[in-house]
Ligand binder design. Structure first.
Ligand SMILES: [Zn+2]
Length: 412
């Protein structure tokens, strides 16, 4: 067993056991020190532990200190170099790219170009790709190659800006009425609509078909081919009725709102189709129930509900018009009236909420009481306690009937 004596920021460790010194580090980190180890002639590479070992009896303190100094020196140099990289990284503002500078590392995430090979050459660790993009750490990266990578990114960014400019000019109005639409989202160009007859040409423009869509990174779009393709597209009447999908009738794999009845179509219960949305100028997938009878019965349900709601709000309005009149307003500050309380708030939105009736015990008078105690209400008219306004009138047979209709309560 050996104990770590020194740990350098390059990741190299110097350990000792009873009889040997052991140097261990990543392949990249070790490159700078290996020439010195070879010169000293006392270090042997141990292929099993992937480390360099020197027998204590054979290595002088001078030689060991040289190695330590070189490793610390490399540390200083690598930090100095890294600050060059950091300085450069700070000056960059690139589209489709985030550069996050932290004390111990710089993270670069980009969709501009595939940096994998460049990053690998620069010494970026593979595991970092997935989470942060590319992680650059002092001592672990090759600064020159990392700088080169930033240069490539800058070039890609310049190309991207030029292309996106041209793309925007190109697709405006060019696709109107052709059944084809080109759009750019987050650095990706999509070609949508009736693409099937044109698939070869779309391929030639640099697009690939994946996840059910034609797409290409802005940088990979062949602009001149795209220009030709769009110019050649025949203009025609835009369809506004659902067209069956090209592969026949397809079941829905997601739930959605039925275009016929408006009710939810559960997965597998509907057919999907594409329509052209004039407002958004693009094709949309829509779904409808497979069984037209389902839509019909849903429509009946909707109509019934709408009729019931209308009847109810008519009754509420009628009741209010009967009970709320200036002459029924009771002046002064009154106590809560005694009697049977009947809430009218099944549908609070219809009357502004907080409405109730109080039928006096003798069944001759009825109060219409409305809450009015919220901030922003005008409290000056509150005549019941501090928070309510009340109107007192006669309990007529029409009022009784309306109460029963709205609440199911027979007061008599
Ligand atoms: Zn339906």
């Amino acid at each position: 067993m050996s104990n770590v004596v020194e740990r350098y920021s390059s990741g190299i460790t110097l350990s000792e056991s009873d009889s040997v010194w052991v140097l261990k580090g990543s392949y990249n980190a070790m490159q700078s020190i290996i020439p010195l180890l070879k010169t000293q002639k006392v270090w042997k590479y141990n292929g099993f532990s992937q480390s360099w070992e020197a027998t204590k009896a054979k290595i002088s303190n001078v030689k060991l200190n040289d190695v330590k100094a070189a490793l610390s020196g490399a540390e200083v140099t690598s930090k100095e170099n890294f600050s060059r990289f950091e300085e450069k990284a700070r000056t960059l503002t690139l589209p489709q790219t985030t550069i996050t500078i932290k004390t111990e590392a710089i993270f670069i995430k980009t969709t501009l170009i595939d940096l994998k090979d460049l990053a690998k050459a620069a010494g970026v660790t593979e595991s970092a790709y997935a989470f942060y993009g590319y992680m650059f750490t002092p001592g672990k990266i090759n600064v020159e190659k990392s700088l080169k990578l930033l240069g490539e990114l800058e070039k890609a960014a310049a190309l991207y800006m030029t292309k996106i400019d041209e793309l925007e000019k190109l697709v405006k109005n060019q696709t109107q009425g052709t059944g084809i639409r080109v759009s750019v989202t987050a650095g990706i160009v999509y070609v949508m609509g009736e693409t099937y007859p044109h698939k070869d040409k779309i391929c030639k423009c640099g697009f690939g078909f994946s996840s059910g869509q034609w797409q290409a990174h802005v940088i990979n779009v062949n602009l001149s081919s795209l220009r030709t393709f769009l110019a050649e597209l025949p203009k025609k009447e835009v369809k506004d009725t659902p067209a069956p999908s090209k592969s026949g009738r397809q079941s829905n794999s997601k739930s959605g709102k039925c275009t016929v009845c408006g009710f939810t179509v559960e997965v597998g219960d509907g057919y999907i189709s594409q329509i052209f949305d004039d407002d958004e100028e693009r094709h949309l997938w829509v779904v409808r129930h497979k069984d037209p009878n389902v839509c019909e019965s849903n429509k009946v349900t909707l109509r019934t509900r709408a009729e019931a709601a209308k009847k109810r709000s008519d009754a509420q309005r009628r009741l209010r018009s009967l009970l709320v009149k200036p002459e029924y307003y009771v002046e002064g500050r009154n106590l809560q009236p005694e009697g049977q309380q009947i809430s009218l708030d099944h549908n609070p939105l219809a009357l502004g909420g907080g409405c109730r009736l109080i039928v006096e015990p003798d069944l001759v008078h009825v109060w219409y009481v409305q809450s009015n105690g919220n901030d922003g209400d005008d409290w000056s008219h509150n005549n019941i306690g501090f928070t309510d306004i009340g109107w007192r009138s006669s309990l007529t047979t029409e009022v009784e009937a309306l109460i029963e209709e709205l609440t199911g309560i027979k007061v008599r």
